[in-house]
Ligand binder design. Sequence first.
Ligand code: HEM
Length: 498
Amino acid sequence: MSALLPSDVHPHHYWHYLKKTYGLGDFFYFDVWPVGPPVLIICAPDIADQVTVKQSLNKHPIVKTYLTQHLGDENMASANGPVWKKARTMYNPAFASQHLMTVISKIVDDVLVFHDVLSELAESRKVFEMEATAMKLSFDVIGRLVLGLGLNSQRSSDELVDAFRTQLHYLSSADTFTSPFPSWNPLRQLMIARNSRVIDRCLGRIIDSRFNELDTAGEKHDAKGKCILDKALHTRQADAKGQRICIDQAFRKSTIHQYVHFPTSKRPTNESRIRTFVFAGHDTISTTISMIFYFLSHNPVIREKACTELTSILGPGKGVAVERIQTSPHVLSKMIYNHAVIKEALRLFPPANTVRIGSPSVNITDSSGRQWPTHDWMVWPDSYVLGRDERYFPRADQFIPERYLPDSPFPPVPTGAWRAFERGPRDCIGSEFGMLEIKVVMALTLRDFKFKPAYEEGAPKVDGEKCYQMLFGSAKPKSGVPGRIQRVGNDAIENRID
Ligand code: HEM
């Protein structure tokens, strides 16, 4: 199997290949131990819900091994039990719609910078990596939500962004299922530790500057309506049992140490949480933005429909759209067709997945009522395999946003078949925020730019596509979606790329 697929493919592609080649059913067991963990792949919506919604199995230890290298101990995405529950309860309010609406105007500012960056790239006519470019935008945006700061990574070379990015090169990758050796490489471990120190130092500086702002404002830390870092500070204040925190140098230093270096701290999880949000909130978004440009480049009629909807909702151009979004952010919820475009990009190219650890007390039940064990298996409800299944998504390999619309010519998508944000209590906490950010990007750039992918002649393919998924932090598009961009619309300069 690994000889038939490029060596850097995401494991999704193995599961899809196995299912297709051997005509496998709603789930299958695949055991390559000792090379990789034995895995139970679930490819039916109701069975996937049995292990995530009806009962929510714990995250598999491999998630911790993988993410701890990057995000620190007890990061929320891999934690289980009370540690996870406490974090989720604490941060849920930061993702409430009402709060998110207050961040929109800052997102608009960042997207306007992205628009300028794309204009410059259009003028230069150079081939660039769409995912890397979108990643800088998503980093800026997540900085607003998590740290309450503009990171300006789109316009300046940023040590923190670079460290986050290069870290992904050193983390164990798709070879998890074909070879255990890369993770034993000492050089790799050294580089991970080095990058980790850089990330800690940069985050430390940001936290310090946040303290300064709060200090100058003489503000009592009320977490309501504040960024995620402020909520962490608020918890620190609550721990001080009613005494107001005095943000003097000594406190700042000790708290930065506590949040950033955390080796002997009693509260080691805050820095991990901050890192987790920065990681989870930029990586998945940049993939989705680049894949939307990619899919629309192959589907001009769909692009046209999306642009027409934007004009009808947001007015004729960027300037009016900015004003409408700033004054009434709820207008974004009217972007029904564009919403369907995002969902379709996420179906065909889901950036993240869940993997759980089976339990002796949890079996799955097939359509005939027969029970099957999960104990000791890595349980993987695979949104990629589900998303490519003709039973749930007719003409599954085609990009058809209409399938989600109320007047769709297709049968309704069964509950649980579309699970790009996963389902149940461990679903994505940032799903609404992510959709909002992507909608602002579409609202302000789609009508002004056309993208044309530029993969090299002879580049490897999966299912006939040069743009396949690799495991690189999350599921990333091969080569970052290289291409050129063309300015279109009323004030476009003539720079055709086709
Ligand atoms: C298109 C964008 C996004 C996609 C497709 C996505 C997808 C997912 C998926 C599939 C999971 C479950 C992972 C697992 O079970 O291992 C997840 C969890 C998570 N996501 Fe997202 N995500 C996106 C955006 C975001 C954003 C913007 C944030 C934060 C600002 C975020 C923060 C998280 C966190 C903290 C978790 C762990 C939740 C928990 O365990 O309770 N995500 N995401």
